[in-house]
Write a protein that binds this ligand. Structure first.
Ligand code: XMP
Length: 317
């Protein structure tokens, strides 16, 4: 029978055998999977694990600093890299969802390549790939991999000459969380909703600008903060906000406004392959909607996405 305790014990032992005194580099995202994977490798080989956390300018509000702080607190050998300008530059003028994903993937590889070359004699690339990622990337289980390219699966190009180590690639998400708990990882990290690698770039429909990112970060923080305040955060599998390339007319005091529309998205799901829109309480939606419109300049209308997957996907791009 599978238990997280025996998984941890066996995985650490086999990582030690496999990795010996080799150095490993890992990019961390702040998400559950990469954090748990890094913790396992760290417990196996300690300071021979080199972690990199990239600020792509597409994370949630304040997330970069918070996540970096918690990694430092966990004792990981972590380097934060501010690459916001590189990513914004790579995205400039792009509107097609796949073009945005590819630009982000490439920018990420460029940053990662540069950083990993600074680590002398590194032999391995560690990744937080979990079983559903493996399945999706060969598109056995659903169409989503062929519809959307997931850039964080399967390793990096050959020129990096790194062998890949993926300690979680047989596990499902709930098993990853159980392993994380056994490893003593902070429950707030383990309980975090999934967040896409391309970040807010695929939640801003149309082209990406730092100004739009700032608006969406504020709206998203109100929505997620509201979910926590109303004890709804753990009732949903994932939540986020889309900034639409649509303006609508509103009225504020005596003034006519003509500003952006945002769409709130919250879903229930087991594994993200299928999902139902979350039937959130009307009073909650009313409060969040008011907060957003009153507090975020540039947004005058809030809508709630009531589409299930399939046929809709969780993200809009
Ligand atoms: P969809 O939108 O396909 O999303 O229903 C299913 C799950 O995957 C996440 N997602 C991504 N994750 N890179 C990622 O790392 C991506 O390009 C990507 N696209 C979607 C999405 O947030 C949801 O959890």
């Amino acid at each position: 029978d599978w238990t997280s305790e025996s998984f941890v014990e066996q995985t650490i032992a086999s990582l030690r055998t496999k990795l010996g005194n080799d150095r490993v580099v890992m990019a961390l995202s702040g998400g559950v999977d990469s954090t748990v994977a890094a913790t396992l490798v760290h417990q196996a080989i300690g300071a021979n694990l080199f972690c990199i956390f990239v600020d792509n300018g597409l994370l949630r509000k304040d997330e970069y600093q918070q996540v970096l702080d918690s990694y430092l607190h966990m004792g990981l050998n972590i380097k934060g890299v501010d690459a916001k300008d590189l990513f914004y530059g790579a995205l400039e003028g792009l509107t097609d969802p796949e073009a945005k994903r590819k630009a982000i993937g490439k920018a990420f590889i460029d940053v990662f390549d540069q950083e990993s070359h600074l680590i002398e004699d590194v032999k391995w690339l560690g990744q937080g790939t979990i079983y559903p990622d493996v399945i999706e990337s060969v598109s056995v289980k659903g169409p989503s991999a062929t519809i959307k390219s997931h850039h964080n699966v399967g390793g990096l190009p050959d020129f990096m000459k790194l062998k890949v180590v993926e300690p979680l690639n047989t596990l499902f998400k709930d098993e990853v969380r159980a392993v994380g708990k056994t490893l003593g990882i902070d429950p707030t990290i383990l309980g975090r909703h999934p967040f896409p690698g391309p970040g807010l770039a695929i939640r801003i429909l149309g082209d990406i600008t730092p100004e739009k990112v700032a608006i969406l970060q504020e709206v998203d923080a109100i929505f997620i903060g509201g979910l926590r305040k109303w004890n709804l955060y753990h009732e949903v599998w994932q939540a986020g906000v889309m900034l639409l390339p649509v303006k609508s007319v509103g009225v504020m005091g005596d003034e006519r406004t003509y500003e952006s529309v945002v769409a709130l998205r919250a879903v229930t799901s087991i594994d993200g392959m299928t999902a139902d829109w979350a039937h959130l309480p009307y009073d909650f939606l009313a409060e969040v909607s008011n907060d957003i419109i009153n507090r975020v300049k540039g947004v005058n209308r809030v809508v709630y996405d009531i589409s299930s997957k399939p046929p809709a996907t969780i993200e809009w791009e």
